[in-house]
Design a protein around this ligand. Sequence first.
Ligand code: PMP
Ligand code: GLU
Length: 395
Amino acid sequence: MSNQLSDRINSVTPSATLEMAAKARELRASGKDIIGLSLGEPDFKVPDYIKNAAVDAVNEGYNSYTPVDGYVELKDAIITKFKRDNNLNYEPTQIVVSTGAKQALYNVAQVCLNKGDEVILPCPYWVSYSDIVKLADGVPVEVPTSLENDFKMTAEQLEAAITPNTKMLWYSSPCNPSGSIYSKEELRELADVLQKYPQIIVVSDEIYEHINYGVTEHASMAEFEDMFDRTVTVNGVAKAFAMTGWRIGYIGAPAYIARATNKLQGQVTSGANCIAQRAVITALLESPARIEFMVKEFKGRRKLILELLNDIEGFTCNEPEGAFYVFPDVKAFFGRTVKGKEIKNASDFAMYLLEEANVATVTGDAFGNGNCIRISYAASENDIREAIARIKAVL
Ligand code: PMP
Ligand code: GLU
């Protein structure tokens, strides 16, 4: 009866990251020894001081509906975090807490876009951006970048992509999937172009902010005074605190966007989970130094996976500066037939790795770049070693 469904949902592609993770789970359940490098999910335990804050919240009787835009104390903690880490000065009316950064992004698209409005997405972009935009009747405009330029969009490319219908620019830095980080100078160059187009709102997704390997310092578009009133800064606790299932994300935004988001959320999900919100107050107010051990660990894994991949002929990698993904170019394999299977594109390649090497990765097509695949190194060193050895063997 799928013809009874809306055109809207029929036009949406399922999330490739979640789909691949589900497929890996299914194969594992059927007895296959699958190594999952498809999902961007830290494999660390949530630090005890955060877990204890959640337990305290349960014992203190937090169980009622929460304010739609988040507890006042959490909004204050977010304001403190933005000031401490990003040099951003938000008022409480500019903060909205949501059920994950994904909902925050969805909200922003729903409240900002009209039918036909164009959203510039430098490629590769995070898998859900284009469908979130389409769900709001917007039009994703992909701007291809190159491995040679570390997968970053230049000011010239931005300007060339702008049309009278351009309403927004969305990007993540550190980038999922490439790990690239825009320096403050590079953001300034983009901001200089945007000065000529005051109708364009920027969504700066900074959820990997703390997963930074120290080459390029994190910078926020909203730090520039002339961009503050037209930038939505998106963040969350899934990555930095290994709290993917707690589902807390948030925005700092112009007050009119925050107000509209609050109105939308009030009709859709209401406020985010009460216990998770109380725990996140503690997570954000404690020093970021307490989560540095995870970044150190990821840095070691990054070195390892790059060494192993660069040892396989046909893989070309950039050096990710943040997040926990590598995004190797694998087009050298396209057109080859291995073990009787023809590899025409990145999807075939990822499927080949799943079926023959029992390693789950994600096709680059899902991120707007069909020459690459994404490999998450949010996995143990043992799994990384075994996975890449298997990949090497089947190629
Ligand atoms: N933005 C990016 C770039 C991501 O990788 C993710 C993945 N989780 C999200 C947003 C969504 O985060 P959350 O889990 O908080 O919904
Ligand atoms: N953001 C993670 C990823 O890119 C989690 C999966 C998802 O939310 O799509 O793998």
